[in-house]
Structures are given as structure tokens and as C-alpha cells.
Ligand binder design. Structure first.
Ligand code: UDP
Length: 360
């Protein structure tokens, strides 16, 4: 039986990985060994997703976290290399743009093991983002690049990838599959709307965790000042990422909005279904807002999911209080036809077929 090693480490990777693991298990033709780097480790940032989405338990847990980027990536590289030398897989699968992504890809490439990058070709064109550095380097050393959108493919073409011996395929966004699969189940399993005493369309859902927002006092202050003002009109519910919690404390920023602990995927889906609008700097949540027919205020200067902005479903504001409030007010009165296919269907099956072809 052919074998792949999957590298997971951060919350969005558990959600993406769950889709492919389920397809792999169903076909029973490829053995999957999961490595959890430990980048996200709190139970509500990690284990809850393994439980809810029935992701196979990792064979290896590296417990690497809480370090600066260099130390974290370096330690992961060393430990993943050792695992790959023992496991001798036919390919390594990495997702997205975290330190776990680049560490997994680099360890595999140096051992001449094929690298599959899922969510390839995305660009923010902001090289100050650690994610941008990770994704560009990972794309260049991969053997199979699985792109979610046409823009991702054209980004790679613009960077000359057609001249490299790297397979580029567009299959759509794997997170769309996750939403399609778990949406109904989440209605049965989650009581968050009742537990938080929320009313449909009477609250907005917010998340903030990008380093460029959390680590700069002025940016974080502007964002929470905007959220506080919005909260006076419509309840703002914000599942608080550990990094944001730490930085709010550090900068001594107080807020009146409804802060809650990070939630599991089922709760998140129900919050998305019932909210009026989404305000976020998350990559994944921008699309999940669209999947659930909600407008999204993107609290960033740029987005990798530019089709959402081009089609008028989302708008960029940066960490700017007055822009955030202006776009919020605009979207309160807007209804758009969300029945546009931007992200495909059956993405997991398509990716599975491509991986099988790569390693056969
Ligand atoms: N998410 C979740 N609970 C939370 C916050 C986010 O389940 O409290 C999910 C969200 O629905 C999405 C993914 O985590 O599927 C996005 O992760 P995150 O925003 O951390 O990372 P990004 O997408 O920005 O890389």
C-alpha cells in the first residue's frame, strides 16, 4: 500500500485535513500517517476538531509551540525529517501557509520525497506576513500544487511556475467540502445559539488573530474601538484567539463586546448560519461567510481570496475604525445573490485522485 505523511499543526489545517482523511479512509488504498506539530495545542484549538470531525489520531505529536518563527520552524524541520526517514512515505501533504507547512515541505524535499501543497498559489503580496513567506517557499519546492481558485493558478503563472517541473491543478477550495459535509451535523450537535442567548440576524460574528493586527497597539485599538461601537447597535460575538487575548492584556485594551473562548467547528458553523454579518481577518472565515451567504468585512489591507471582493461579497477595511464602521453600515442594508460558484464541489475526491496519480 502507498503511504503519505500529512503534516498538521494549526486550527485551519485540522479542518482542511479532516476532508482528505475521510476520503482516504473511504477508498482504503493509501495509508495516511498524521504528524501533529503542536503549533496549536489548547484543547479548544486542536483536540475538539479531531473529536468532532473524526480525524484519525496523529501517530506523532511533536508538541512544538510558543517559540519565535525561526526556532519553531527549525525544531519542526529537524523532527519531521527524522519521522520521514523512518516512515519513508511516497509523498508528504502540507496545507496552507503556517510554519508547519514550510517545515514539512522542506524536510520532505531534501529527502527527495514528493511534496503536495494544498491551497497553493494564494498570495497577499505582503511579504511582511509570515504566511506569505511560507506559502511562496512551499509552492516553489512542491511537486503537486493544488490550487483553490483561478486567481491562485494565475499567481503561479505570473511567477513563472509554468517553466518548473511542478504539476499545477485547480480543484476548488477544500474548506467548501468541509462546510458541505458538516453543515447539517452541526445543527444537531451545537447549542451555541441558545447557550449564548443569541437571536438569528441580531448579532455579528467577529474573529481577529493576524499578527499585523494583534501585535501593533494602534491597530488592535482601532479594531476594538470599531467593534465596541458596532456592539452598541448589534451584539458582537468574538471567539478569542489566544494570541489576541495575550495582546489585549499586554496593551491593556478593554472591550464591551461578547468575548467567548475559541469554539469548535460545529459551534462555528452555527454562529455563521445565524449571524447577520462576519467581521474578520481570518482567511478561512472570509470564505465560510460566503458559503453561508453572509457579507464579510475583511479587517485587513489585502486578501488572498480577492474574488470575494471583486464580486462584492466582501470589502477590505484595514485596521481602520471609520472604514470598518462604514462598511458594516453598508452591508447591514445590502442583500446580494450569493448563488455563485466560486469554490467548487467534491474537492476532496478530486485532490485524492491527483495524489493517487502522483504516487502511483
Ligand atoms: N474556527 C473555529 N473556531 C473558532 C475560530 C475559527 O472553528 O473559534 C475555524 C473557522 O471556522 C475556520 C478556521 O477555524 O474554519 C479558520 O482558522 P483561523 O481563522 O484560525 O485561520 P486562517 O483561516 O486565518 O488561517
Amino acid at each position: 500500500m502507498k503511504k503519505i505523511v500529512t503534516i498538521l499543526g494549526a486550527r485551519p489545517q485540522f479542518i482542511k485535513g479532516a476532508v482528505l482523511s475521510r476520503v482516504i479512509k473511504k477508498h482504503n488504498k493509501i495509508e495516511e500517517v498524521i504528524v501533529h506539530t503542536g503549533q496549536h495545542f489548547d484543547a479548544n484549538m486542536s483536540q475538539v476538531f479531531f473529536d468532532e470531525m473524526q480525524i484519525p489520531q496523529p501517530k506523532y505529536n511533536l508538541a512544538i509551540n510558543g517559540l519565535n518563527h525561526g526556532a519553531m520552524t527549525g525544531q519542526m524541520l529537524e523532527k519531521i525529517e527524522k519521522i520521514l526517514m523512518d516512515e519513508k512515505p511516497d509523498a508528504v501533504v502540507v496545507y496552507g501557509d503556517t510554519n508547519s507547512t514550510i517545515a514539512g515541505a522542506l524536510a520532505a524535499k531534501k529527502l527527495h520525497i514528493k511534496v503536495v501543497h494544498i491551497e497553493a498559489g494564494l498570495r497577499s503580496f505582503n511579504m511582511k506576513m509570515p504566511e506569505e513567506v511560507n506559502r511562496i517557499l512551499t509552492d516553489r519546492i512542491s511537486d503537486l500544487l493544488v490550487c483553490p481558485t483561478d486567481k491562485a493558478v494565475s499567481n503561479l503563472q505570473d511567477e513563472g511556475f509554468n517553466d518548473f517541473s511542478i504539476k499545477i491543478e485547480k480543484h476548488g477550495d477544500i474548506m467548501k467540502d468541509a462546510m458541505d459535509f458538516y453543515s447539517k451535523l452541526s445543527e444537531e450537535k451545537s447549542n451555541i445559539i441558545q447557550d449564548l442567548a443569541l437571536t438569528k440576524n441580531q448579532f455579528v460574528l467577529a474573529t481577529i488573530h493576524r499578527q499585523e493586527n494583534t501585535d501593533f497597539e494602534n491597530n488592535l485599538k482601532e479594531i476594538f474601538a470599531a467593534l465596541d461601537e458596532i456592539h452598541e447597535k448589534l451584539t458582537v460575538v468574538l471567539p478569542l484567539h489566544p494570541r489576541t487575548k495575550k495582546m489585549l492584556d499586554q496593551f491593556n485594551i478593554r472591550t464591551n463586546i461578547k468575548l467567548i473562548d475559541p469554539v469548535g467547528y460545529f459551534d462555528m458553523i452555527n454562529l455563521l448560519k445565524n449571524c447577520k454579518m462576519v467581521l474578520t481577518d481570518s482567511g478561512g472565515l472570509q470564505k465560510e461567510a460566503f458559503f453561508n451567504k453572509k457579507h464579510c468585512v475583511i479587517i485587513r489591507e489585502e486578501t488572498e481570496w480577492i474574488e470575494l471582493v471583486n464580486e462584492g461579497f466582501a470589502k477590505l477595511t484595514g485596521a481602520n475604525k471609520s472604514k470598518i464602521i462604514t462598511v458594516f453600515k453598508e452591508f447591514i442594508h445590502t442583500t446580494k445573490n450569493f448563488n455563485v460558484d466560486l469554490y467548487g464541489t467534491d474537492v476532496g475526491e478530486k485532490i485524492y485522485t491527483s495524489i493517487k496519480q502522483l504516487i502511483q
